[in-house]
Design a binder for this molecule. Sequence first.
Ligand code: ATP
Length: 140
Amino acid sequence: MSTFNLEVVAIDKVFYKGPCEFMVFPGLDGEQGILPGHEVMVAAVKAGELRCKVSETENMVAAVGDGFVEILGDKVVLIADFVEKAEDIDEMRAQRAKERAEERLKAKQSEREFIHSQAALARAMARLKVSSKYKKQKKI
Ligand code: ATP
């Protein structure tokens, strides 16, 4: 199957650099898919689940933070606040972060604090979604 060259970069690391057959990322309007030959495009990425079919037998699943993706011919670059493999996610930590953010959202906050709390909640939800899906798959 044909592939494109994918680079997934987080603030603190290059997460993946190599071929990819198909990628699904969380866009502003829901999940968006990229196949080889996609038109040139720049799109926003929001916190959620990233799936990449990197070979015939390997699917990479990760939680990503807000960022953007640039599609330039056969090269695709995704840059996000964070990228974590499903198996590397500390579920308890994400659960605690979710609860903290929910508590803050219930309290009276400035607009700036509100935006920060919403972003923290979105990060925690993305991590929990990816990690629980991964755990369920491992049980099967
Ligand atoms: P917390 O409040 O738990 O630190 P956060 O959303 O504020 O959560 P970030 O600022 O997004 O955390 O990330 C800081 C670093 O910690 C990054 O390297 C990120 O990959 C890592 N990290 C954060 N939460 C988790 C988690 N639940 N599991 C694994 N790594 C995490």
